[in-house]
Design a protein around this ligand. Structure first.
Ligand SMILES: [Fe+2]
Ligand SMILES: [Fe+2]
Length: 450
């Protein structure tokens, strides 16, 4: 058919979404669309689980930061996909069922990565590039006007997928330093690709009956996560508790500057919260998806708080790994506590941050009294995030204890037990004093930059 001349008064027609010609395609039926969205949801939900399983034990700080971010993006994408499916006359939604057993077999392998390179290869070199291929096909094939809400949603997801893959591929090449590592990475990629091909790709459109699937690592049992948190070799003396940062920032005898640096350091140490939240989310199988969204957002905020500390130290000319970053909190919680109790402890801490005169508002007031403008911004947003976290705790945790008072009462013995369990980690360090040296370095760097 020839293009028709039509008088649109020179104004882009069809709300600027597309031209008539591209809106003529038949595109996907609602049924096909829903089938595909269910597959994406399943894969993304599984990737979210892989991230939760590996966050604590992955040693590299920068990888912990990125997977904290990406696991929140996965949670958000799944929530958006679920919402879109609910709009397409498809109850029951079946968003928590497995759409294809072969996809499950693939993701059961991905989660069994044995080190950081394998973890990243599985996600950023096998799964995500295939998600990108599937999303691009979907965007090309579906009718852009009839299915505009899906089109819009997938465009946003695609953009974030591409950003994630760019990070992942750069991280993989940085981590592969030796030929032997390279070969291992290639073997793992080949192993997973066979499972991917056997599933016909994420959309199921690449079915290849000739693929021979290798012996799987999965043995049919549920994957058990290793909850012990690890940090990489740049971090030294991980159990040094000699700097009493929580006291320093409150101490009126110290300068506002020193108190502000105690706050930056307090932020930096928050990486232990993602390490302790990841197992809580991983082990919460019986909760609605909204729980994963809220908890993943909180986890990401805590990683962001740690990075805000990292930025504060960068401003002072000090690498974030140079002085001890205490690991006892996540170490003790992940080893000695069940997820529900670990969550209760987190909630109790965050409740304690709310009073005006001693909590987050006060931290912000201290920062605003120093000359450090960045510290004021950091504390301002940290305070906003923590108000959100207190609400998340109220929404998901308090009902499990039968109300606010009961949750508070239950938290007291748990906090005591936690305090006791942390004590045993102090013997793992000589507890050499370092804070004075740190503050001297801050001062020296400041003098050099004048
Ligand atoms: Fe925080
Ligand atoms: Fe928080």
């Amino acid at each position: 058919m020839n293009k028709m001349n039509i008088d649109n008064k020179g104004i882009p027609p069809l709300a600027g979404i597309c031209h008539y010609e591209s809106a003529l395609k038949e595109g996907y039926s609602v049924e096909r669309n829903v089938d595909l969205l269910r597959r994406y949801n399943y894969v993304k939900k599984s990737v979210h689980k892989v991230f939760c399983a590996h966050l604590a034990k992955t040693p590299e700080w920068e990888v912990k930061c990125a997977i904290s971010y990406h696991l929140w993006l996965e949670a958000e994408h799944c929530a958006d996909i679920r919402k879109r499916v609910s709009e397409m006359r498809e109850p029951p939604l079946q968003m928590d069922t497995i759409p294809d057993l072969n996809l499950k077999k693939l993701l059961d392998e991905v989660i069994r990565a044995e080190d950081t390179v394998e973890l990243l290869v599985g996600i950023y070199q096998v799964i995500k590039p295939e998600i990108i291929r599937a999303l691009k096909n979907h965007l090309d094939d579906t009718n852009p006007m009839a299915d505009q809400p899906t089109h819009r949603l997938l465009k946003f997801i695609l953009m974030e997928e591409e950003e994630m893959v760019t990070w992942g591929k750069t991280a993989i090449s940085a981590l592969i330093q030796k030929e032997e590592q390279n070969q291992r990475a290639e073997r793992w990629e080949k192993h997973l690709t066979a499972f991917l091909e056997f599933a016909g790709g994420i959309s199921g459109d690449l079915l290849n009956e000739t693929v021979v699937v290798p012996e799987p690592r999965a043995d049919g049992n549920e994957y058990e996560m290793d909850t012990v948190p690890k940090r990489d070799e740049r971090f030294k003396d991980n159990f040094n508790q000699s700097a009493l940062i929580d006291e320093y920032y409150q101490d009126p005898a110290r300068s506002m500057e020193e108190r502000t640096y105690a706050l930056f350091y307090k932020r930096l140490r928050e990486m232990d919260v993602p390490e302790w939240m990841a197992p809580i989310i991983f082990k919460s199988n019986d909760k609605p998806w909204e729980y994963s969204v809220d908890m993943s957002r909180q986890l990401w905020d805590e990683a962001r708080h740690a990075m805000l500390g990292e930025i504060g130290l960068y401003q002072a000319g000090i690498p974030f790994y140079k002085y001890p970053v205490d690991l006892k909190a996540s170490m003790s919680l992940n080893i000695h506590f069940e997820p529900l109790e670990a969550h209760l402890i987190l909630w109790a801490i965050e409740q304690g941050l709310m009073p005006k005169k001693t909590g987050k508002q006060w931290e912000w007031e201290i920062a605003t009294q120093s000359e450090n403008k960045l510290a004021a911004t950091v504390q301002d947003y940290d305070w906003a995030d923590e108000v959100l976290h207190a609400q998340i705790g109220r929404k998901w945790l308090v009902p499990q204890y039968g109300g606010l008072e009961k949750a508070k009462a239950a938290s007291e013995p748990s906090m005591r037990k936690w305090g006791e369990s942390m004590k045993k980690y102090s013997d793992l360090s000589k507890q050499e004093e370092w804070w004075t040296k740190f503050m001297e370095e801050v001062q020296q760097n400041k003098a050099l930059n004048r």
